[in-house]
Design a protein around this ligand. Structure first.
Ligand code: AMP
Ligand code: ZN
Ligand code: FE
Ligand code: FE
Length: 281
């Protein structure tokens, strides 16, 4: 059997609901051998996950991140692997993004109030704890208020990109994301790309600035979508990556961590890229 790899996981450091230690114990119990902690705009969960995994000889934790970046009319999530996340300047950039998340969160909550679906901003912050505030935290507060049964329902009418309460925040471009990652030796990988318009053109452009991989084995995709993405990755010589994108939010149909991921060879290729990037720093 192939060894289980999951390169896309969230913790309470952003909008996941398990602590890094809880997540590490859960994936270890499922037999996962390599896992990347890839929270939104933060690496704060990585050290705890590594400490928890240190007691487990069969599980390797890869430091990672999922950056939110902007393109006209849509957004692109850029994953980074094996990055030197302790870098002070890098952490400063991330702190700024998280400040933008706070302001945007407050704006969304204000819009919800005017739409007759009030939630307490204080409660949203409590739910987020020390984590990077995201729309799922607001969705959880809406569920608590009884507006919906589960968080994903809050996205249909209110929190999704075309939702009534949606608000924007300052984000970098995908190119800037790739470049930011390169500066800390991070191998840049395009996240869940299936719905992006004109994927071939986008991928070609991003590859020019240093993109090395693309999510293919993504748990929420159907086999035919994965097959299509395998083809795109091959055409552009990109490392096929992927994982569960587990959050533990309690949505029906949410995939369990470790359920799908790329072959171990992809992990080795990402490590190679990162090593080369680090040498040129
Ligand atoms: P944010 O980082 O605040 O932009 O929120 C992005 C997160 O919200 C994603 O990582 C998902 O966890 C969640 N999300 C985004 N769109 C949806 C959706 N349509 N349904 C359910 N969850 C979503
Ligand atoms: Zn998320
Ligand atoms: Fe994402
Ligand atoms: Fe994610």
């Amino acid at each position: 059997m192939d060894e289980l790899v999951d390169l896309h996981l969230h913790t309470i450091a952003s909008d996941g609901r398990l602590s890094p230690t809880e997540l590490v114990n859960l994936i270890a119990s499922k037999g996962v051998k390599v896992a990347a902690i890839s929270d939104h705009d933060t690496t704060d969960g990585v050290d705890e996950a590594k400490r928890a995994a240190a007691a487990l000889p069969d599980l390797e934790i890869i430091p990672a991140i999922e950056l939110s970046t902007d393109i006209p009319g849509d957004e692109i999530h850029m994953l980074g692997y094996f990055l030197q996340y302790e870098d002070e300047e890098f952490q400063g950039v991330l702190r700024n993004f998280r400040k933008g998340r706070l302001e945007r969160g407050r704006m969304i909550v204000e819009k919800l109030e005017s739409l007759g679906k009030p939630v307490d901003w204080e409660r949203v912050q409590e739910i987020a704890g020390d984590g990077a505030v995201g729309r799922p935290h607001i969705a959880l507060a809406m569920v608590e208020r009884g507006y919906f049964k589960e968080p994903k329902e809050a996205f249909y009418e209110y929190l999704g990109r075309n939702g009534l309460a949606y608000a924007e925040r300052e984000k970098m471009t995908p190119m800037e994301g790739v470049e930011l990652l390169a500066k800390v030796g991070g191998a840049a990988v395009l996240a869940h790309p299936a719905n992006l318009e004109d994927l071939d053109t986008k991928v070609a452009e991003l590859k020019e600035v240093g993109l090395v991989g693309m999510e293919v084995h993504y748990a929420q995709y159907r086999p035919e979508t994965i097959e299509y993405l395998v083809g795109v990755a091959k055409r552009h010589d990109l490392i096929p990556c992927g994982g569960s994108d587990y959050h533990g939010l309690g949505n029906t149909g949410e995939q369990e961590p470790g359920i799908l991921g790329p072959p171990m060879e992809s992990v080795e290729r990402l490590a190679e890229v990162s090593k080369k990037l680090a040498k040129s720093l």
